[in-house]
Design a protein around this ligand. Structure first.
Ligand code: HEM
Length: 470
């Protein structure tokens, strides 16, 4: 709990695991430090299941990510996999392209002509650093997932802020800042979840302390935002609109037969879609841009690949043109490896008879995990693990690394939204690098605060329009 308050628990674990392959991190909790543990803990045939912490953090109804029971999970995943199926790529792409266009509209307004003096690239004038790239990735991924999931135009990219209407339990409406509601909720959970027995009590009594009380208030705001979005989308459904989105898939199967899910379950699914579907992708986009700005030679190589695939007059990259670019994918994966958006060791419970993990017998009903941040620094899989080296993902050697890559977790509980995320990351990165140059403040280091995710601090950048090639 003390480490969680420090905000970089997984990085600390990674250091400890350099010496100790298995760590006891609680009375009944083990943390593993080698990629050899991945299959046993998360693989398709693992006998482990999500542990009790998911119940403690759940709301009135379970959603796809926090349901533990295997049968219930399979039922939900079947309904949801209709919505997340790759065959929807064309519909998603169109929605993602619309959001990239809106982002570009903003960047076009705040960019300047290319610098005459190349030194400006490494040392931009402080007064020019007025775009918080991190915030715009948040607006982008929120706008995108709301359109993909609920066909709603949230409009954050047009407004330039995340003010949104929420609906309180008494039906009253309020204007709320989305990120201010979402992030503290997750932070409080991550600070207090370490003793399952005491979690609910601690969650209540800590509210006497303003630091924690503010986080609890935020959680009410988040529920109000989700409630408003869900209610508005239901009204459109009831008015007979047939829209190509997740909500439609939650209501009916492909032949139009109703699923008849309880309303609370539908809202829970919307909740996780809005949360998991936006925060992580925004972190991924900001992280990869940060790495590229810190590693200009890699950026140059990537840009050559992108420029070769896009026409000079292209504004938003079409997914077809850039999806198979090997170096682009390698840069995305290397950034997800180095700073996985969800570094928290995802807790799994061993079956009552116990199991062997990394040649060690672990008794039944023990919580076990391997943090993605720790796995991705295992030197047996990733040499020079602290360095940003996209080349490691290329060719046959690169393919072999995929088994040790758990940014999206693995197995039956692996991320259902990874295709959507890659689509978003690929299209936005290719489009932005094709059109602009960026620079960070001199000596800038990105701040990261670990909750379940790695929440990023501000990322001020200077934006230049690239010189159009003759
Ligand atoms: C870079 C982007 C993303 C990362 C790093 C990421 C990471 C993860 C991870 C680590 C898990 C496992 C969670 C656990 O075991 O507790 C997960 C599950 C999940 N993710 Fe993602 N995710 C990303 C994008 C998305 C998107 C775009 C969506 C939705 C559109 C999404 C929806 C979900 C859902 C619903 C689950 C639960 C799946 C299940 O248990 O069957 N994620 N994700």
């Amino acid at each position: 709990m003390v480490l969680a308050h420090g905000g970089s628990r997984s990085s600390y674990l990674a250091t400890l695991h350099q010496e100790h392959p298995i760590l006891r991190t609680g009375p009944n909790t083990l943390s593993f430090g080698s990629v050899r543990a991945i299959k046993d803990i998360y693989g398709h045939n693992t006998p482990c299941s999500k542990d009790g912490s998911y119940i403690l953090m759940s709301g009135s109804h379970f959603h796809l990510a926090d349901v533990i029971d295997r049968g219930e999970h399979a039922r939900k995943r079947k309904v949801l996999s209709m919505a997340y199926a790759i065959k929807h790529l064309v519909a998603w792409e169109h929605k993602v392209a619309d959001k990239v266009e809106r982002l570009i509209k903003h960047f076009d307004k705040c960019c300047t002509a290319p610098p005459l003096d190349a030194s400006e690239m490494t040392s931009p004038h402080p007064k020019d650093l007025h775009v918080d790239f991190r915030a715009w990735t948040n607006f982008f991924s929120l706008d995108a997932i709301m359109d993909i999931g609920l066909s709603e135009r949230l409009g954050f990219l047009d407004q330039g802020n995340d003010l949104v209407e929420g609906q309180n339990p008494d039906g009253s409406l309020a204007q709320l800042e989305l990120r201010e509601c979402l992030y503290p909720t997750a932070r409080k959970q991550s600070l207090l979840i370490w003793s399952y027995k005491w979690y609910r009590v601690l969650n209540k009594i800590t509210n006497v302390i303003p630091f924690y009380r503010r986080m609890s208030e935020s959680s009410k705001g988040w529920d109000a935002i989700v409630c408003r979005r869900a209610t508005k989308r239901l009204e459109r459904y009831q008015a007979g609109e047939k829209l190509d989105d997740f909500f439609q898939a939650l209501m009916e199967d492909k032949d139009g037969a109703p699923h008849n899910l309880p309303w609370g379950e539908t809202v829970a699914e919307i909740n996780i879609m809005m949360n998991a579907g936006s925060v992580t992708t925004a972190i991924a986009i900001a992280n990869v841009m940060y790495q590229l700005l810190k590693n200009r030679e890699i950026m140059k190589k990537l840009r050559e690949e992108i420029d070769g695939a896009m026409d000079p007059e292209d504004v938003v990259a079409s997914y077809d043109k850039v999806r198979h670019l090997p170096y682009l994918k390698a840069c995305l994966d290397e950034s997800l490896r180095l700073w996985p958006p969800t570094p928290h060791g995802l807790p799994r419970e061993t079956p009552s008879e116990g199991i062997w993990i990394m040649d060690t017998f672990v008794p039944g009903n023990t919580t076990v995990s391997i943090s993605s941040l720790v796995a991705h620094r295992d030197p047996t899989a990733f040499s020079d693990a602290e360095k940003f080296i996209p080349e490691r993902w290329l060719g046959e050697e690169g393919k072999k690394l995929q088994g040790s890559f758990i940014a999206f977790s693995a197995g039956a509980r692996g991320c259902i939204g990874r295709n959507i995320s890659y689509l978003e990351q690929t299209v936005i990165l290719a489009s932005l690098l094709h059109r602009y140059d960026f620079a960070l403040p001199r000596g800038f280091e990105l701040r990261r605060l670990e909750t379940m995710n790695h929440i990023l601090g501000e990322m001020p950048v200077k934006v230049w329009r690239r010189m159009a090639k003759a």
